[in-house]
Design a protein around this ligand. Structure first.
Ligand SMILES: *Cc1c(COP(=O)(O)O)cnc(C)c1O
Length: 350
């Protein structure tokens, strides 16, 4: 079924300067909403950004039936606007929804909703080199009923916010060996709200101890590296790009996938496999350069300068010639239209 999307623009348009504002604080002028009721999506619309009215009984407020995505739009060198790998984000959204028993969103509805919204708010897509428009599609369970069940009603929404450089300096992280982000059979590979609520406390403790983030480990012996905060963890050891394999506890990051693809094309050796903190200690103690970074849409590449393992801190390689910066630059140049987009990653917003 085709879904028509009605469009109601804001009466008066005004772009706010958001460069000095923390990430995600200022929405653009419009948003997308569709309602799921009686087994179908209805009333799809792009309208001025507004607050929601929800029953306090809404299921999402109690039982965490929520899923989200995060992607970016860029102003390319020639002035056109592109959205990075929207289809790949759609695929992941679909999988997350399935895991949370939430209704499927048809491909056309998802793509058109985002394109229409970005088109209407195109003045909000930064032109600066380090700027982009962060796009946040999400779904919440809205049936009013305080009793755990699969909701019969949902809202699918998209909001946007201009984004600039996410972290201004390299991160200090601590290998987390008490708490876990995800366990086998859990929801670690779904982008669902609950994963993040549960991560706040261990992150809070790490911050109190002087670190920016935790490096999560697996749930059994807390030995194998999983993710870096809310990013995929990547390492360069002896010139090989190593990242934990996609077990069910790791999110299948689009940035991770893109960087692996670019590295392989440059004939850089890549390995998707388990990597333990013992292996990291060995690499550090061998005196070789070890690069470590987080990979994710918001920060793209977030260099890590310190990894604390137990009571010891290890220093990673963060000099300008590090491989992570080369990969980051290449990805940036593809998104900005400065290098050929040989993978058709850029979805042009007409
Ligand atoms: C979103 C996210 C990532 C990064 O995925 P991208 O598609 O690259 O943005 C990695 N880990 C977690 C836990 C995430 O939520």
């Amino acid at each position: 079924m085709e879904h028509t999307i009605s469009i109601t623009p804001q009466a008066e348009r005004k772009v706010t300067d958001t460069k000095s504002v923390p990430f995600g604080k200022i929405p653009t002028e419009h948003m997308f909403v569709a309602e799921y009721r009686n087994g179908e999506w209805q009333n799809a619309r792009v309208s001025p950004f507004h607050d929601l009215t929800l029953s306090p009984l809404s299921l999402c407020l109690h039982y965490g039936q929520t899923v989200f995505e995060g992607m970016k739009a860029f102003t390319m060198a020639d002035g056109r606007i592109s959205i990075f790998r929207i289809e790949k984000h759609y695929e992941r959204f679909t999988k997350s929804l399935f895991r949370l028993c939430m209704p499927h969103v048809p491909n056309k509805l998802f793509i058109n909703a985002i394109k229409q919204l970005v088109k209407l708010d195109s003045d909000w897509v930064p032109r600066e080199d380090d700027g982009s428009l962060y796009i946040r599609p999400f779904m919440i369970a809205t049936e009013a009923r305080v009793g755990i069940k699969e909701s019969d009603e949902y809202l699918f929404m998209v909001v946007c916010s201009p984004a600039f450089q996410y972290y201004t300096k390299p991160l200090k992280v601590r290998v987390e060996t008490d708490y876990v982000r995800a366990a086998d059979g859990g929801t670690g590979n779904a982008k669902c709200g609950g994963n993040y609520g549960g991560a706040l406390y261990p992150t809070h403790l790490a911050k109190e101890a002087g670190y920016d983030q935790v490096l999560w480990t697996n749930c059994i012996h807390h030995e194998f590296i999983e993710e870096s905060g809310t990013m995929n963890a990547m390492f360069v050891i002896d010139g090989t790009l190593i990242t934990p394999e996609l077990s069910g506890t790791i999110l299948d990051g689009v940035t991770r996938n893109s960087l692996l693809t670019l590295a392989r094309e440059k004939r850089i050796k890549t390995e998707e496999r388990r990597i333990s903190y013992h292996e990291l200690i060995k690499a550090f103690e061998s005196g070789n350069k070890v690069e470590a970074f987080g990979a994710g849409t918001a920060a793209v590449v977030a260099p890590i300068e310190i990894i604390a393992i137990g009571h010891k801190e290890y220093k990673c390689y963060t000099e300008p010639d590090a491989l992570m910066y080369q990969l980051q630059k290449e990805l940036h140049d593809i998104r900005k239209g400065l290098l050929p987009d040989t993978h058709n990653w850029n979805e042009i917003v007409e």
